[in-house]
Design a protein around this ligand. Structure first.
Ligand code: HPA
Length: 274
C-alpha cells in the first residue's frame, strides 16, 4: 500500500496540537546520537505510541519519541529512534514519519546512522557525509499507486543529497577540527552483517559505507522534494581480507563516541542554515 494522505494528516494534527510552530528541519537521530537530543531546547515530546498510525519501535537502543523544539535557533522536529526494515516493518511504515514531518512543514531532512566502513581510508568512529547512495534493500517505499499530491511517479535521483548542505557540513567539520569524509552509502536489508564476499562486491560497486537504514527515508524525502543531509558514523571496519567478527555492544559504543563529535557538527550546520 502506498502512503495514505489521511493518516499523514491525522498524525501531523496530533503533533501540531502539542507543537504549534512550523519546523524547518526534521532529524532522524540514529544509534549514538542521544547526546544531540539532550541539546534540543524542547517544547514538546511525543512518544511514538501517542501519534496515530506511527509504527512502534522495537530495538532497545532506540527510544521512540518525537522531540519538538529548537536547536541553534532553528525550529526542528527530531526522531529519537527510527524504524528499520529488518524489524519487519513495511517500507511504508519505515518512511511514514518522513511524510508526517513534511506535512508539518520541514524543508530539510537531516539523517544520521551507524555504518560499516568499506573504504580503506576510514577509521573506527570516523564521520562520513553521505554524498550518494545505492539502494540494495530489495524493496522501495514508492512502490504502489502514486499520490501526485505527495510527489511525482518517477522522482529524479540526480542529487538526493543536497550539494550545498554537504558543503556546509564539511566546512563546519573543518572549522571544528573534526575529520569528516564524503562517501557513497549502500543500504542492505540486514539484519545479518555481510559476508566477506558481499563486502568485496559492495566495495566493487563503488560504495564506501554499508548500513541497514537511511535509503528508504531519503528516497521518500526526494519524492517529497526535501533537501537532505546525511551522516554516517563508521562503527566497524569492513575490509574483506582482514575481516574480524564484530560485536553489537562494541558497535554501539563506537557509535556513541562518533555521535559526540557529530553532536558538535550538527548545531554548527544549523547555525549556517539559519
Ligand atoms: N553492515 C551493515 N550494516 C551495518 C554495519 C555493517 O557492517 N555496521 C553498522 N551497520
Amino acid at each position: 500500500m502506498s502512503a495514505n494522505l489521511e493518516h499523514i494528516q491525522d498524525a501531523a494534527e496530533t503533533v501540531r496540537a502539542k507543537f504549534a510552530e512550523t519546523p524547518r528541519v526534521g532529524m532522524i537521530l540514529g544509534t549514538g546520537l542521544s547526546g544531540l537530543a539532550s541539546q534540543i531546547d524542547t517544547s514538546a515530546t511525543l512518544a511514538y505510541e501517542e501519534i496515530p498510525h506511527f509504527p512502534l519501535s522495537t530495538v532497545e537502543t532506540h527510544t521512540g519519541q518525537l522531540v519538538c523544539g529548537s536547536l541553534s535557533g532553528i525550529s526542528i522536529v527530531a526522531m529519537e529512534g527510527r524504524f528499520h526494515f529488518y524489524e519487519g516493518y513495511s517500507m511504508q511504515q519505515v518512511t511514514f514519519p518522513i511524510r508526517v514531518m513534511k506535512e508539518l512543514g520541514i524543508e530539510i531532512l537531516l539523517v544520521t546512522n551507524a555504518a560499516g566502513g568499506m573504504n580503506p581510508h576510514y577509521d573506527l568512529g570516523d564521520l562520513v557525509v553521505i554524498e550518494d547512495h545505492i539502494n540494495f534493500m530489495g524493496d522501495n517505499p514508492l512502490i504502489g499507486p502514486n499520490d501526485e499530491s505527495l510527489g511525482p511517479r518517477f522522482p529524479d535521483m540526480c542529487a538526493p543529497y543536497d550539494p550545498q548542505l554537504i558543503g556546509l557540513a564539511q566546512s563546519a567539520a573543518l572549522e571544528l577540527g573534526i575529520r569528516a569524509h564524503r562517501g557513497v552509502f549502500v543500504a542492505v536489508a540486514g539484519p545479518n552483517l555481510e559476508t566477506r564476499a558481499e563486502y568485496r562486491m559492495l566495495r566493487g560497486w563503488g560504495a564506501d559505507l554499508v548500513g541497514m537504514s537511511t535509503v528508504p527515508e531519503v528516497i521518500v524525502a526526494a519524492h517529497a522534494g526535501l533537501r537532505v543531509l546525511a551522516f554516517s558514523i563508521v562503527t566497524d571496519i569492513c575490509l574483506p581480507d582482514a575481516l574480524e567478527p564484530v560485536n553489537i555492544e562494541e558497535i554501539i559504543k563506537i557509535a556513541g563516541t562518533g555521535g559526540e563529535r557529530l553532536a558538535k557538527i550538527i548545531p554548527d550546520v544549523l547555525r549556517r542554515i539559519a
